[in-house]
Design a protein around this ligand. Structure first.
Ligand SMILES: [Zn+2]
Ligand SMILES: [Zn+2]
Length: 194
């Protein structure tokens, strides 16, 4: 019997995986068993493909976190700009108003800018905090298997109710640090620290 890989050499045994005859050079102990070099190469390739798949999954998580960070900035800017429009109206009113009780120019500018920032912050923190609360409630919902048998209308009511509850708690959670916590978490993910 000759080696499958070296037709000029005598084989010393058969590979337990593929059954090919192989010489001493072509058989290797891979910890727990002896395989031929073809099968070893195949196994290494499988391991490589697996680690590549893990790497790809990881990259997808990083990309998604980066997207979220970008969107959160846009959310802040959009709501800040809406606040700025309000500020312009406020400043215009302060200039145009003949009422001595009306806020002065600087109060209108500073108040408007501060208000715009707050509006931007609320929207930004809600963007981060709400999904966390919503995910939590949804997992509660899915753990209650009985909801599956409800009719679509009841389901909708439950869904809207949960949405409202998530909105309410999400808002308070988000504004008082929950949003920031989620933001920092996703920033770590975007940097690949997980
Ligand atoms: Zn083999
Ligand atoms: Zn050989």
């Amino acid at each position: 019997m000759k080696c499958f890989y070296h037709p000029e050499q005598d084989a010393v045994g058969l590979c337990p995986e593929c059954g090919k005859a192989a010489c001493t050079d072509c058989m290797k102990d891979v910890g727990g068993g002896i395989l031929c070099k073809g099968c070893i190469a195949q196994r290494l390739q499988a391991v490589h493909a697996e680690s590549q798949a893990i790497q790809q999954d990881r990259q997808a998580i990083i990309d998604s976190a980066r997207r979220k960070l970008k969107i959160s900035k846009i959310v802040f800017i959009v709501f800040f700009c809406i606040g700025l429009l309000e500020t312009v109206a406020l400043v215009y009113a302060s200039i145009a108003s003949k009422d001595p009780q009306a806020p002065g120019f600087f109060v209108a500018v500073l108040g408007g800018l501060f208000g715009s920032f707050i509006v931007g912050y609320i929207a930004w923190s809600f963007f981060w905090g709400f999904p966390a609360i919503w995910r939590g409630l949804r997992s509660i919902l899915s753990n209650m298997g009985c909801f599956v048998v409800l009719n679509p209308l009841t389901w909708l009511i439950v869904f809207v109710l949960f949405l409202m509850v998530a909105g309410f708690f999400g808002e308070w959670f988000s504004i008082f640090g929950g949003g920031l916590y989620q933001y920092l978490k996703f920033r770590r993910i975007a940097r690949g620290e997980f």
